[in-house]
Structures are given as structure tokens and as C-alpha cells.
Design a protein around this ligand. Structure first.
Ligand SMILES: [Zn+2]
Length: 142
């Protein structure tokens, strides 16, 4: 079974549908057996499935049960370990600390990492402070 997120091109209604296979989906679509759950239109398109994107200011659930994500998960884990080892965690004070370094030339032996909201990040960017957003996994299994 395969789950597709479908979108109605007429009313932009999003809904999930299960199919036996991708072939079955194509077949049903061709025969116009798939219709919008909202307005009944047959103009249905499959949306691209993408992994959940981690919000920068709080940990959100990243669905990584899929086999395909195992490698990515491993890479993120390695990256995470590297950062934990080489950077100083400043938590919610990230924007403040980043500014301190930028404006007061505050010396830090290590780089910093922490939590910041989207707004804070765009403010920092406007001020010419470069930041990088990295995905962060909550359950670091190894
Ligand atoms: Zn519709």
C-alpha cells in the first residue's frame, strides 16, 4: 500500500489517499476514478512527498521511519555530534550571543549554536550576521 497526498487543482483541497501501488494510482487517475473529496473535481494531482522540515525555534517531529531516511539520519547524527563537541550551546540566547560576537568583537574560543526564531534569523541576516540552519534530531539514538 502506498499513501499519496493529493491536491485538487480546482479548489486546492489537500487529502490523503491509499493505493495498492503507484501503478494503481496512475491507472485510476487515467480512468478518472479519483475525485476531490471536497468538490468532486477530477483534476487531481499527486503532491510531492517531502520530509518534515525542522522549525528553527523548536524541535518538531521529523518523520524518519522510512528506509530512505536512514542515511540522512546517520549524517545528521554525525553532524550533530561534531557540533556538540566543537560549538558552545547558547540555547535561546542565540541571537543575543551572535550579536555580541558580531558587534563587540567578543572573543569566543568556540563557535556557537542555539535556538532562534525565523524572525530573529532574518533580523540577523539583515544586520549582516551569517547563520546557518541545521536540522536537529531530538532522539539521538547513538
Ligand atoms: Zn476540489
Amino acid at each position: 500500500m502506498i499513501k499519496y497526498k493529493l491536491i485538487c487543482k480546482d479548489c486546492n483541497f489537500l487529502f490523503d489517499s491509499w493505493f495498492a501501488s503507484s501503478k494503481e494510482y496512475e491507472k485510476l487517475k487515467k480512468k478518472k476514478y479519483i475525485d476531490c473529496h471536497h468538490c468532486g473535481s477530477k483534476s487531481i494531482e499527486k503532491t510531492l512527498m517531502s520530509p518534515s522540515v525542522l522549525k528553527s525555534n523548536k524541535e518538531s517531529k521529523v518523520e524518519m521511519k522510512d528506509e530512505r531516511y536512514k542515511d540522512i539520519r546517520k549524517k545528521i547524527n554525525e553532524y550533530q555530534k561534531f557540533i556538540e563537541k566543537n560549538f558552545e550551546f547558547v540555547g535561546e540566547n542565540f541571537a543575543y550571543e551572535a550579536r555580541s560576537i558580531h558587534y563587540k568583537n567578543k572573543k569566543k574560543s568556540k563557535g556557537i549554536y542555539g535556538l532562534a526564531s525565523k524572525e530573529e534569523l532574518s533580523e540577523l541576516k539583515e544586520e549582516g550576521i551569517e547563520t546557518e540552519i541545521i536540522p536537529w534530531l531530538k532522539n539521538n539514538s547513538n
